[in-house]
Design a protein around this ligand. Sequence first.
Ligand SMILES: [Mg+2]
Length: 99
Amino acid sequence: MEIEELIKESNETARKQGLIWTWKDVARQLMWATSELGEAFEAWRHDDFDHVLEEIADCFITLADLIGDIDKEGKFISILKNKLEYNKTRPRYHGAPKP
Ligand SMILES: [Mg+2]
């Protein structure tokens, strides 16, 4: 699945369920995505690999839905590609001590 498809499908599904986000909803949705990562952490604590992946998927879907609603000019893919290229230029461990 392409990123564009993920955004479109996540957003269309949410819209059908009445979930339409605006700029004022961004903080709420970011925290929602964060809560999905918290669920992934709990699943990891229980050594439940499939559940970890499921919660990470929830996080991706939450963010993709948000992007679908707020990125009216379609900037996200370009920004994502730029970040991926930038990360290739960063030093080993991104300049921090070995994690
Ligand atoms: Mg979840």
